[in-house]
Design a protein around this ligand. Structure first.
Ligand SMILES: [Zn+2]
Length: 235
């Protein structure tokens, strides 16, 4: 965490007031903008920002709101009379750690006002990866047998692709299943994948069918894969 000398002279109280004045904080309830997300609200950018702030600062100085439909938000605690954290601001005027955190927050929020609202690209990819893997493990893998049958009606016989997938999944100890799944690895290893977040809790792979075909060629030994990644690799 960088500590900018620019804010050297500011007290904790002054920094809190600066934060409350940032566009990044909703004046009505001190809710932090750009980081509220849930099933029906916010985007994957908001979710990534939420994770970034929690990772950097822990819970100190924040409320976490969690409500219906997985709603998450962060609320800045700027009121010393705040009943839920009676001790949080007791004596913090002298607390250098809190001061440094507040300076970092001011820096983040000033950047968000002038830049596009994403704190960390790395965190954004991390959240996308996690969503993609959850999507596969929760439901996507179940659709693969039907996809395979549609795409390879002559090469993989009806019923056979399901049995083959089951065999692959069952070839590993249950604790590892979902991590060492051969077809899953080939699918995720497809370099043409385009995971796009539709909401903060939902992603789709725009190149799903290409990825299934690519994985099928490899896993079921169907010959030479004709996807663009494999073609480029051989030309
Ligand atoms: Zn391929």
């Amino acid at each position: 965490m960088s500590y900018d000398g620019e804010y050297q002279g500011y007290s904790v109280r002054e920094l809190l007031d600066m934060l409350a004045d940032c566009q990044g904080v909703d004046r009505a309830d001190n809710r932090i903008e750009f980081c509220g997300w849930g099933d029906y609200v916010g985007s994957v950018l908001d979710r990534a920002n939420y994770e970034s702030l929690l990772e950097t600062f822990g819970n100190d100085g924040f409320y976490i709101n969690a409500g219906y439909h997985e709603y998450h938000a962060l609320q800045l605690v700027t009121d010393q009379r705040e009943p839920m954290f009676p001790d949080l601001y007791g004596g913090i005027e002298e607390d250098e750690t809190i001061r440094e955190r507040l300076v970092s927050l001011v820096q983040i929020f000033s950047r968000l006002e002038s830049d596009y609202p994403l704190i960390s690209d790395e965190k954004h990819s991390e959240v996308l990866d996690t969503l993609a893997e959850e999507y596969w493990d929760d439901c996507l893998w179940r659709e693969i047998p039907d996809d395979l049958h549609d795409m390879f009606p002559d090469d993989i016989q009806p019923g056979e692709e399901w049995a083959q997938l089951r065999r692959l999944r069952n070839a590993y100890p249950p604790g590892l299943r979902g991590h060492d799944d051969v077809f899953r690895d080939s699918y995720f290893g497809y370099e043409g994948n385009e995971w796009v977040a539709e909401t903060a809790t939902n992603v789709v792979n725009k190149k799903h069918h290409e990825a299934v075909a690519h994985a099928a060629y490899r896993v079921f030994n169907l010959g030479h894969c004709d996807c663009y990644v494999c073609q480029e690799g051989t030309s």
